[in-house]
Design a protein. Sequence first.
Length: 296
Amino acid sequence: MKNNILAFIKAFFRGFGQIMLQCNNWTGILFIGAIIYDSPLMGFAGILANLVGMLTARLMNFEDEHIDNGLFGFNAALYGIAVVFYFQANIWVWIALVLGSALTTILMGFALKRKIPVFTFPFIIITWIALYVLSIPELALRTVPDHFVDIQEMDDFLIEGHAFGQVIFQGSLIAGLIFFIGVFISKPIGALYASAAVIISVYISHHGHESADMTNNGIFSFNAVLVGIALSGQRVRDGVYVLIAVIIATYFDHFMIHHGWTTLTFPFVVAMWVMEPVKRADQWLVNKFSPVDGTS
């Protein structure tokens, strides 16, 4: 019994850590703390959604290893936070949160069973549906939290902090820095690559004469953060992967925003989908032409 409770707690924390691709208990704890610091309501919504996701995974008899690694919590947690970010909380919003969290988990289970790399797509598709349904006037009122971004005078350091924060809908610099620390203690090279990715995305946005406020607030860079973490590694080619994927994600981000779409983390997912066959082809070439073990 004690072991089961401990495993449940670890899976819960990892569910938050997996938002930035980290299967690490301490990362999850830091993420939860940062969200609650920025918005207790978002913190509660994320916790509730994560729990619903884990419970749904158990009821659906999904693989224990995936549950323990938090793979059924992060899409649900992101979705729960998004719902109370976009709408004033009422009974319909809470119902949508519970139902949507369960649906993200079911979609993730389907993808994992078939080994489809969906990343945060379950969160994206269910959030898009919720944004449409809850926009019916009789159900909920749209809102933008007044803590969206806490500092208006920006330099590169502050943009870095806000870019990390925007991954989980947080606008304070403190939350963003805690998110960075959470990633760094789990995967230092991932945090550093993510920081470099932000610099690249900011340069692209400035060069393209995009909105200075949106650029400074990290709106065009949080997808780059996820790309940098996901593709980080020790090899030179990993840096090339990150560069290409950040360019794809940033320009696709600009395209979506200019057409009035809610981007969420879809530019990150698209960039990762584009890079998937590239990585596979690269690995095939390495395996085909690398020297056989024991030979020079």
